[in-house]
Write a protein that binds this ligand. Structure first.
Ligand code: MTE
Length: 320
């Protein structure tokens, strides 16, 4: 068997464990270890979810992780973009501490057989959790490496049986200006809206994150539920999701709606397509040990082998 490359640019589809196989492997492991392990399969058993930094039960998905060293917990939780809590990088960690993530509901709507409002527990309960170390490339030309804990978005979406008209998925953040001071100003159109094409949403790399560094997501990182699409600019990773809607047409997303010439719907990381106001050819890696280190930006953020085929025949300069 070929040895798997640690470089995500060199990972080929056959390196990635098919999800069903991964699940049955998990079941086998759990069976071998007996009751304690079997109980942990749900991931949420015994977790006081409203409490920040509560420990999660998860399995590391090495095949879908990059080999780069993750940034520190401090870097990841104090250098944030979350305009609902302010526009400075330090604002979210300072202003989001009292944000209430329980009780929490998610509304599922649009082109699907199963729709309605579901509690966070209903949404999360059936999904085993995995840790995946992903690169995060912000559109502002900085990057980090984050050990997320979550589950494949596609596994969640399938539960609602999208119809053949479901060509896109739209996500919305909570709108609550009382709790989110940033929403009292017209910095962006609120609530924050993001979207994916259905095949992007179903791609095995697309993650619904509920934690990082093995613990429940801190509020500033998007608790209780946020999206991660590692081959796209970070702004696709919408935080504090309260609505998921299957649509026939591409949703109007917040950033594309505010400046269509600067932020495209696809937002695939592409060093060859500059932002009109700055280059995307390289990025500054954030971190105490690497502050200011510039590195070249990789096509699709290093995930080209897994996702480039989603865009066959598309002019990526036009559909940026
Ligand atoms: N989601 C909401 N609701 N509001 C935001 O301002 N910022 C986005 C994205 N998700 C944002 C959001 C941007 S620009 C980035 S780079 C990532 O969140 C940052 O995620 P992190 O703070 O967990 O690193």
């Amino acid at each position: 068997m070929r040895k798997r490359s640690a470089d995500p640019a060199k990972i080929v589809p056959s390196d990635i464990t098919p999800y069903q196989q991964y699940l049955s492997r998990r079941a086998l492991i759990a069976g071998g270890l007996g009751f304690a392990a079997a109980q942990s399969i749900g991931g949420f058993a015994g977790v006081a979810f409203g409490q920040p930094a509560a420990a999660l039960t998860y399995v590391r998905n090495g095949a879908l992780s990059v080999a780069d060293a993750p940034n520190s917990y401090t870097d990841i939780t104090t250098y944030n973009n979350y305009y609902e809590f302010g526009t400075d990088k330090s604002d979210p960690s300072e202003n989001a501490q009292k944000f209430r993530t329980r009780p929490w509901n998610v509304t599922i709507g649009g082109e699907a057989e199963v729709t309605g409002t579901f509690s966070l527990e209903d949404i999360l309960q059936p999904h085993p959790l995995e840790e995946r170390i992903y690169r995060l490339r912000c559109v502002e030309a900085w990057s980090m490496v984050v050990p997320w804990v979550g589950f494949p978005l596609g596994d969640l979406l399938k539960r609602f049986k999208p119809t053949s008209k479901a060509k896109f998925v739209e996500f919305k953040t909570l709108y609550d200006p009382k709790q989110m001071p940033g929403q009292r100003a017209a910095v962006l159109e609120w609530p924050y809206v993001e979207g994916l094409r259905i095949d992007e949403a179903m791609h095995p790399l697309t993650l619904m994150a509920v934690g990082l560094y093995g613990k429940v997501l801190p509020n500033q990182n998007g608790a209780p539920l946020r999206l991660i699409v590692p081959w796209k600019y970070g702004f696709k990773g919408i935080k504090a999701i309260v609505s998921i809607k299957f649509t026939e047409h591409a949703p109007r997303t917040t950033w594309a709606g505010s400046a269509a010439n600067e932020y495209g719907f696809f937002a695939n990381v592409n060093p060859a397509v500059d932002h009109p106001r700055w280059s995307q050819a390289s990025e500054r890696h954030i971190g105490a040990n690497a502050f200011g280190r510039r590195q070249p930006t990789l096509p699709f953020n290093g995930y080209a082998a897994q996702v480039a085929n989603l865009y066959n025949g598309m002019d990526l300069r036009k559909f940026f």
